[in-house]
Write a protein that binds this ligand. Structure first.
Ligand SMILES: [Zn+2]
Length: 353
């Protein structure tokens, strides 16, 4: 039988360390970009990081253009794409937190221009993944865009970001314990494509966090490096899988459901972390270890920590399976009713009563 083709996209250069943004022009040249670069950044991140990169590239002889993004609407994307089309840069940079990176990733992919990711925080695995999550697409989850051709992570910038973002990043990595189990389930029950290598790589990231949780603390650069490596290995696992499957399962559906139910949801990784405790319980794996790790790194483990009403947690567990019907997970298998959803939330200590 002929084998169906499978496309993988991987970054070519990954740079992590203090002040590595000073090497941006050098990275560009090694990748064959010599003349022009377009930057998508935010108001705050322009001050923290965007300006520095723009000036550095200009000093190195690059013609640059900067778009300061304020929203993640269709209009914002349209105006970014129009500016890129007019300027036709060799490469597009996403400089900032999640939304700026996603805007750059999405619009550069649409225009078939390579993309470089320069995150200002370590709060989720989108910094290295080929998927983007943008509200205007009408889907609360991520869609395929393109993998960054390079990732430049300045640890000096990230260590100075609020620690809450780093703890949230740990939640997004621990989510891989349940995501890969959901993927295996979809493979065995629905015959969905499954790649063991990509699954193991994502899981390795999660195990890396469990093993090193003690060093993930405010102002601990060694702990930050561990988290960054884990986030990048998760992003790469999606590039290998060609989808978000190894990194996003029922726990992400729970997080998306919470986002739908609450106007001001917790951070992505925070709700994914709590979702992982709940879904690990359903999968029959060591949910206590996951909870202990989240506590150790200072991430939320309860409704109260998340600032969410206990009833909304139960509602989100029930709503989760309807968020993305084609994504088969443990929730399709268990078909929880209100009473069971509540019991699980109480048993795992996510809600009190
Ligand atoms: Zn995620």
């Amino acid at each position: 039988m002929p084998m169906k083709h499978h496309r993988m996209q991987l970054p070519r250069e990954i740079l992590i360390g203090d002040n590595v943004t000073d090497l941006t022009a050098e990275v560009c040249r090694r990748l064959g970009f010599k003349d022009s670069a377009f930057l998508v950044t935010g108001e705050k991140t322009f001050e923290i990081l965007g300006k520095k990169i723009r000036d550095h590239l200009q000093d190195a002889g690059f013609e640059t253009k900067c778009h300061i993004a304020r929203l993640t609407t269709a209009d914002e994307v349209k105006s970014i794409e129009a500016e890129i089309s007019e300027f036709m840069p060799e490469v597009v940079f996403g400089v900032g937190g999640g939304s700026k990176i996603d805007l750059a990733k999405f619009s550069s992919a649409e225009l078939h221009i390579p993309f470089i990711s320069v995150p200002s925080s370590a709060s989720h695995d989108g910094i290295a993944s080929p998927v983007a999550s943008l509200d205007f697409l009408g889907k609360p989850y991520s869609v395929m865009a393109q993998s960054p051709i390079a990732i430049i992570v300045d640890t000096e910038v990230i260590i100075n970001s609020p620690y809450r973002l780093i703890a949230s990043g740990c939640g997004d990595v621990l989510a891989k314990f349940t995501a890969v189990r959901d993927w295996r389930l979809a493979h065995s029950i629905k015959n969905e494509y499954y790649g063991d290598y990509a699954a193991n790589l994502a899981e390795l990231g999660a195990r890396h966090i469990v093993k090193n949780a003690k060093s993930i603390k405010p102002n601990n650069k060694e702990g930050l490096r561990i988290l960054l490596e884990a986030l990048i290995s998760c992003g790469v696992s999606m590039g290998i899988a060609g989808s978000s499957r190894p990194c996003s399962g029922s726990e992400h559906l729970f997080s998306h459901a919470l986002k739908k139910l609450r106007k001001t949801p917790p951070l992505h990784g925070e709700s994914c972390g709590v979702g992982t405790i709940l879904m690990a319980y359903l999968h029959g794996i060591d949910w206590k270890k996951i909870r202990e790790t989240l506590r150790e790194v200072g991430a939320p483990t309860t409704a109260e920590d998340l600032g969410i009403d206990p009833e909304v947690i139960v509602e989100a567990i029930l709503l989760a399976k309807d968020i993305r019907p084609e994504r088969f997970t443990i929730l399709n298998l268990k078909r929880l009713d209100y009473r069971e959803a509540r019991r699980i939330a109480i048993e795992t200590g996510v809600i009190e009563h």
